[in-house]
Design a binder for this molecule. Structure first.
Ligand SMILES: Nc1ncnc2c1ncn2[C@@H]1O[C@H](COP(=O)(O)OP(=O)(O)OP(=O)(O)O)[C@@H](O)[C@H]1O
Ligand SMILES: [Mg+2]
Length: 234
């Protein structure tokens, strides 16, 4: 379970995240939606400790705001960051092995871990010896998700995982997220495709200029005309 209390992020004088609190229970998908620059990625980067922040961040009962990013994997947190960020000069399999080595659970059973990822993403198996940088955009996105999952996380942060994916792959991705939810993962999702992310989310936070202006079950967004027009493209 991920708990964030009173999170604030500033870049110099710019306050990008202002007093955000949220929780994500196991087996739940929680979405952050909002316009460009609303602070969604800053929240993801603060939780994954890539930028400093104020406030409290807990994984289960463990406060993590003082920990370096490399410790988080062993506590069960994995992130698919904005952009692809695979190691382009390494092969697909080498990228996956790096992901596995990031946590004790991932290291324990490397070959089974690889087999599980290859079952979930057959394309990665076909391309396991290809340099990651030569994979297509969508394939690299898949690899970034595979590299996160092979560490056997209990909590997954995803920053725009459908970016650049063809519509069919977007549907597959959302099916994958639903099955991960059923497997009990806690998932915090940032998506441009707000209507699709609402459809699979248990709870949604709408951000504007770093603040949460509305939160609740996805259904409440359906009934709000202004929100629908501004954020859901209706
Ligand atoms: N390294 C940085 N230095 C200065 N300002 C930054 C930095 N990173 C982000 N910001 C600013 O913080 C605000 C929030 O940015 P953030 O990337 O969190 O938004 P976002 O909601 O993810 O937007 P998008 O939908 O475009 O990805 C923006 O105004 C952005 O310009
Ligand atoms: Mg962003």
């Amino acid at each position: 379970m991920l708990t964030v209390n009173h999170l604030c992020v500033s870049y110099g004088p710019v306050a990008a995240v202002k007093d955000i609190s949220l929780t994500v229970d196991q087996g739940r998908i929680v979405s952050l939606i909002g316009a460009n620059g609303a602070g969604k990625s800053s929240i993801i980067r603060a939780i994954s400790r890539l930028i400093s922040s104020q406030g409290e961040i807990l994984l289960g009962d463990t406060p993590i705001q003082g920990l370096p990013p490399e410790k988080l994997c062993s506590l069960g947190l994995a992130t698919v960051p904005e952009g692809r960020h695979v190691f382009s000069q390494l092969t697909v399999e080498e990228n996956l092995l790096l992901g596995a080595h990031a946590s004790q659970k991932g290291r324990e059973n490397l070959s089974q871990g690889l087999a599980d990822i290859y079952t979930r993403f057959p394309r990665l198996k076909e391309r396991k010896n290809q340099l990651a940088g030569t994979m297509s955009g969508g394939e690299q996105q898949m690899l970034a998700l595979g590299r996160a999952l092979i560490s056997k996380p209990n909590t997954l942060l995803l920053d725009e995982p459908s970016m650049g994916l063809a519509p069919m792959l977007v549907s597959e991705l959302f099916d994958t997220l639903l099955s991960l939810k059923k497997e009990g993962l806690a998932i915090l999702l940032v998506e441009q495709n707000a209507s699709k992310s609402l459809a699979i989310s248990d709870y949604v936070y709408l951000l504007e200029n770093g603040s949460c202006i509305m939160s609740g079950k996805p259904q409440i967004f359906d009934h709000n005309k202004a929100i629908k027009t501004a954020y859901l493209g209706a």
